[in-house]
Design a protein around this ligand. Structure first.
Ligand SMILES: C[S@@+](CC[C@H](N)C(=O)[O-])C[C@H]1O[C@@H](n2cnc3c(N)ncnc32)[C@H](O)[C@@H]1O
Length: 245
C-alpha cells in the first residue's frame, strides 16, 4: 500500500508538471523547472494521500536525483548496481514500511544509562540497522547479553562485521515479528509510526512483566509511558519508556 501511494504521488507529480510546464513563459520552461514542478507536485500529492512526513524528502529528491544520475551517463550496469544496493539497504521500506535511520550518540548514552539503572542482564534491539546502538553498548556493558534483529541484508552484514569483537552481542537476520521477547530486561526499538500499534499488541504479552520497552521517536498509541526522555540531539529525539505490567 505504501509503495502504491508513493508511485501514485510520483506519477501525479509528473502528470501535473507536464501539464503546467508548457503554460509557463518560454524563459521559465526548462528541464529544471519541470523537475522542480514534479518534485513539488509529488510532495503535495503525497500529503493529500496522507503518507508519513518523511516521504516528502524522498519525493523531493527522487526525480532530481534520477536525472542527476542519468546526466552522468554511466554504463548501464552501474545503474543496476545502484538500484540493487539501495534495495539491499532499504529492504524494510519496500516490504515493511520501516526505512534505515540511525540513532544519535545521545540516544545511545541514554539507553546505556537506562541499562545501568535497570541492572539489565539481557537487552534486545528490534531493527538494529548497522549496530549504531548495539556496538557501543556491547563495548560499554561487557556483561550484558545483547540480541538484535535486522532484516535488511546490507545493514545486517555491516552490523555483524562491526560486532565481530564483542562476544556478548549477536545480530540475527530474522524479522522482529518472529522473535521470542520473554527473556529481556530492556528492549529498544527505533522503527516507524506505521507499525507501533501492531508492535504494542505483540509486546504487551510477549515481554516479561517488569521489563522496560524504550521506543525511540514513536509512541505506542494508548500506552502510558513511565517516562519520556527528551534528548538534545539534532532530531530532538524523544525516548518513550514503557514499563510492562
Ligand atoms: C529506523 S532504523 C533504526 C536502526 C538502528 N536501530 C538505529 O537506531 O540506528 C530501523 C531498522 O529496522 C529494520 N527493520 C524494519 N522492519 C524490520 C523487521 N520486521 N525485522 C527486523 N528489522 C526490521 C530496518 O531495516 C532498519 O534498519
Amino acid at each position: 500500500m505504501t509503495l502504491c501511494k508513493a508511485l501514485l504521488a510520483q506519477l501525479l507529480g509528473l502528470l501535473i508538471a507536464i501539464g503546467i510546464n508548457p503554460l509557463l513563459p518560454l524563459y521559465y520552461s526548462s528541464w529544471v523547472t519541470l523537475l522542480i514542478l514534479q518534485s513539488s507536485c509529488a510532495m503535495l500529492s503525497s500529503t493529500l494521500l496522507q503518507q508519513p512526513r518523511w516521504w516528502l524528502v524522498i519525493h523531493l529528491l527522487f526525480l532530481p536525483s534520477a536525472a542527476a544520475l542519468l546526466s552522468l551517463q554511466l554504463a548501464a550496469h552501474w545503474y543496476l548496481l545502484i538500484l540493487v544496493v539501495l534495495i539491499l539497504v532499504f529492504w524494510g521500506t519496500v516490504i515493511g514500511d520501516v526505512p534505515l535511520f540511525l540513532s544519535s550518540n545521545p540516544v545511545v548514552d541514554t539507553v546505556s544509562q537506562l541499562i545501568t539503572q535497570e541492572s539489565a542482564q539481557y537487552f534486545a534491539e528490534l531493527g538494529a540497522g548497522i549496530g549504531t546502538v548495539t556496538v557501543p553498548l556491547a563495548k560499554q556493558h561487557p556483561q550484558l547479553i545483547i540480541n538484535a534483529w535486522e532484516r535488511a541484508p546490507i545493514p545486517w552484514v555491516i552490523n555483524i562485521w562491526r560486532s565481530r569483537h564483542y562476544a556478548n552481542s549477536h545480530c540475527y537476520r530474522n524479522s522482529l515479528w518472529s522473535c521470542d521477547f520473554s527473556q529481556y530486561d530492556v528492549i529498544f526499538a527505533f522503527l516507524s509510526p506505521a507499525i507501533m500499534p501492531e508492535l504494542g499488541a505483540k509486546l504487551k504479552t510477549a515481554m516479561k512483566p517488569g521489563s522496560l520497552l524504550v521506543s525511540s521517536s514513536f509512541a505506542i498509541p494508548d500506552w502510558q509511558p513511565e517516562a519520556i526522555k527528551q534528548l538534545n540531539d539534532m532530531a530532538k529525539t524523544q525516548l518513550y519508556c514503557y514499563r510492562i505490567a
